[in-house]
Design a protein around this ligand. Structure first.
Ligand code: UDP
Length: 480
């Protein structure tokens, strides 16, 4: 059989690579004619990509997914600037070109290049796909609402001469077609609020329009309004195929995560009684903020599981590490006083935790993967965004969808992961109490209903299942 070979190019970061690999798996599982090569560009500070890719089983359909690790050539990329990702990806273009040329040469009669599937930040590689004479599809690992916002801002700038960089100072609200409610400027993603980053960001939106299609990690019933708005915003064909989740938990547990110990501790808690606090792959707080959080948890008396990690050293951006001993940043005696009802951990086995019946609420950084995971397991959230597009996700969850309450919607850490803002203990305690009081209530039920819809979306005949079928059909129709 001749295989249609797709080249996947994820951008660095777990939140980009893992859902893309998830999509590759869906594709090869669904259609025996498809195979995928994932090209991995490596950042110095990325999570443990090797152990992740090595851990993936390569039997059965998964044997049709190959990983090619590109040489790590860009040690000097300045990662604390707003558009480091774009620079980094551009500098990897020649490596990608070489790798694809090799694949195209060796394809022979058994494999034919069918197209590129590019992460939302890899749009410059649309040109490469053109050079190879194959179509490109974009993989969008965040919400349809965010995709709509990108397209809208770009058309405001290009067609209506609006200087989008000025929104940085706007205290007001914006009408964005992918949102039903006016969007406060203060929840715009950080890239929109940074002069140096906005240009490359809008360039991605501009280029995405030229792709043969955009695959979005969302599902119809979660974002019906946003998904419908995309055609009017000039998007090419959109395939909502989510939620794509890494349910088998293949991410290697980091040091100190003590996964078994955590699950045992949860087993000992009553159903829906524990509040889980976890803030994404880059989530960490300064010492002042940690003390306020600790104080709030202790005063609330609520059983808690708290993923607490060490911020990068000043001026550096690294994946936050676990504390050797979290007592060094916690109020004196906190661990002893809360030992009977709380547990402080480092990197969390988040999927397993969210799936545990003891969890009753989740104080979340609102990364899109975490959001989908929480919905999948029917856990109501309190939103505490830190970076990327998390403020926008927070707004969508709280205001648009009514699936979450907020700690803050506009809390933000800059590209160096710094902030002067501190949310005080009283406020945090109030939100934790509210979140946990709502267990069994209206919002909680709404999240449970959305959980069921997320599962139905993927089964045969469900909207995301059908959308994936359409995508596969189009891959073959568009193949050169
Ligand atoms: N995650 C985890 N343990 C942690 C923190 C994060 O397993 O302690 C996982 C989480 O389950 C999710 C991913 O890391 O799948 C984070 O992706 P998301 O899009 O939510 O946030 P971001 O990558 O932007 O931080």
């Amino acid at each position: 059989m001749t295989h249609a070979e797709l080249i996947f190019v994820p951008s660095p970061g777990m939140g980009h690579l893992i859902p893309m690999v998830g999509m590759a798996k869906l594709l090869v599982d669904r259609d025996p004619r498809l195979s995928v090569t994932v090209l991995i560009m490596r950042l110095l500070f990325d999570f443990d990509v090797d152990s992740y890719t090595n851990s993936l089983a390569t039997t059965g359909a998964a044997a049709r997914i190959r990983f090619v690790h590109l040489p790590r050539e860009n040690a000097n990329t300045v990662i604390s600037s707003g558009n480091f990702r774009t620079h980094f990806i551009e500098s990897n273009m020649p490596l990608v070109k070489q790798a694809v040329a090799k694949i195209a040469d060796s394809a022979g009669s058994t494999r034919r290049l069918a197209g590129f599937v590019l992460d939302m930040f890899c749009t410059t590689m649309l040109d490469l796909a053109d050079e190879f004479g194959v179509p490109s599809y974009i993989f969008f690992p965040s919400s349809a609402a965010f995709l709509g916002m990108m397209l809208h801002l770009q058309s405001l700038q290009d067609e209506h001469n609006v200087d989008v960089a000025e929104f940085k100072d706007a205290a007001g609200e914006l009408d964005i077609p992918s949102f039903m409610n006016p969007l406060p400027a203060k929840v715009l993603p950080s890239v929109v609020l940074m002069k140096e980053a906005i240009g490359p960001f809008l360039e991605h939106a501009r280029r995405m329009r030229a792709a043969a299609g955009i695959v979005v990690n969302t599902f119809d019933e979660l974002e019906p309004h946003a998904i419908r708005s995309l055609a009017g915003l000039g998007a090419p064909v959109v395939y909502p195929v989510g939620p794509i989740l890494n349910l088998k938990g293949e991410i290697k547990k980091k040091a100190n995560s003590g996964g078994d110990d955590i699950m045992e501790w949860l087993d000992g808690q009553s159903p829906s009684s524990v509040v889980f606090l976890c803030f994404g792959s880059m989530g960490s707080f300064g010492e002042d903020q940690v003390k306020e959080m600790a104080c709030a948890l202790e005063r609330s008396g609520q059983p808690f599981l708290w993923s607490l990690r060490r911020p990068s050293p000043k001026g550096k951006v690294e994946i936050p590490r676990d504390y050797m001993d979290p007592a060094e940043v916690l109020p004196r005696g906190f661990l002893d006083r809360t030992a009977g009802f709380g547990k402080v951990i480092g990197w969390a086995p988040q999927i397993a935790v969210l799936g545990h019946p003891a969890i009753g609420g989740y104080v979340s950084g609102c990364g899109w993967n975490s959001t989908l995971e929480s919905i999948w397991f029917g856990v109501a959230m309190a939103t505490w965004p830190l970076y990327s597009e998390q403020q926008l996700n927070s707004f969508e969850l709280v205001v648009e969808l009514g699936l979450a309450t907020e700690v803050r919607m506009d809390y933000r850490r800059d590209f160096k992961m710094e902030t002067n803002a501190v949310v005080m203990a009283d406020e945090i305690e109030g939100v934790i109490r509210k979140l946990m009081r709502e267990v069994g209530g209206e919002r909680w039920r709404k999240v449970k209903e959305m959980s069921e819809k997320s599962r139905k979306a993927l089964v045969e005949g469900g909207p995301s299942y059908l959308s994936l079928s359409r995508f596969i059909e189009d891959i073959f129709n568009n193949m050169p």
